[in-house]
Ligand binder design. Structure first.
Ligand SMILES: Nc1nc2c(c(=O)[nH]1)N(C=O)[C@@H](CNc1ccc(C(=O)N[C@@H](CCC(=O)O)C(=O)O)cc1)CN2
Ligand SMILES: Nc1ncnc2c1ncn2[C@@H]1O[C@H](COP(=O)(O)OP(=O)(O)OP(=O)(O)O)[C@@H](O)[C@H]1O
Length: 200
């Protein structure tokens, strides 16, 4: 699948905005059947990584704007062992790290200030693996989200394994990482599991 050509610019903030918009548009343009096929491959690679990481509590995101839908796979993963748990992020404060709350299929959800569902109630939990959605990303493991800085703030204070999850259509040469960006420990796409060069 075609990846994104690097924008030629001396303005990294503008380049990041362009890359973010291009990556989201490319993903949203994927036909639904293609997205499902790519998600199936991605999940098979995630399963292989989980065999090594053996997480107990996994945070993921409710699918938004054409992101991979991991709900069915995580529901099956939860069913396979009683001690497993899953969590979703809650945006409770725009300028703070994300709060994670436990998720079970069918539970009551509220909708955050961006229109994304999250668990309406429940205590904050500490995931040992966080599946971080990728818009644009590079081989060093740096990523662009939606520009809110939420995962940047969260990963700065949470000791967890960060697994970037996305489609190859978001891959680019560099996302022009900024000092606040923390590289992903792993990247997982439909093409495989990657240990990024910049990871700890
Ligand atoms: N599915 C999913 N849920 C998620 C995330 C995610 O990446 N994916 N998040 C991961 O963080 C949080 C939500 N992050 C968001 C951050 C910004 C905007 C947003 O609307 N941004 C503005 C521009 C902001 C700016 O550039 O200053 C916009 O797009 O108009 C939406 C969601 C929590 N939930
Ligand atoms: N550790 C941090 N502490 C405080 N503010 C931060 C931190 N990290 C990022 N920010 C703020 O968030 C803003 C947006 O960052 P950036 O464009 O990298 O977001 P993003 O990676 O696309 O979003 P997200 O992390 O929500 O997926 C930055 O301009 C910065 O002001």
């Amino acid at each position: 699948m075609k990846s994104i050509a690097a924008p030629v610019t001396s303005d990294p903030a503008a380049a990041r905005r362009t890359l973010r918009a291009t990556a989201i548009a490319a993903r949203e343009a994927l036909p639904e059947e293609t997205r499902e096929v790519l998600t199936g491959r991605l999940v098979a690679h995630l399963e292989r990584l989980f065999d090594d990481l053996r997480p107990a509590c996994v945070a993921f995101c409710w699918p938004w704007r054409g992101e991979a839908d991991l709900r069915a796979w995580l529901a099956a993963w939860l069913d396979a062992a009683a001690e497993r748990s899953a969590a979703l992020p809650a945006v409770l404060d725009k300028n703070a790290p994300l709060t994670f709350r436990g998720w079970r299929p069918g539970m009551e959800l509220a909708v955050d200030c961006h229109g994304i569902p999250y668990p309406a109630q429940g205590p904050a939990v500490r995931p040992d693996v966080v599946l971080v959605p990728l818009n644009a990303f590079d081989g060093e493991g740096y990523r662009l989200g939606y520009g809110g800085g939420y995962f940047d703030r969260t990963l700065a204070v949470l000791d967890t394994v960060a697994v970037g999850v996305g489609f190859e259509c978001g891959r680019t040469g560099t996302v022009f990482p900024q000092p606040h960006d923390r590289p992903m420990d792993w990247l997982v796409t439909e093409a495989g599991v990657f240990a990024p060069r910049a990871a700890r």
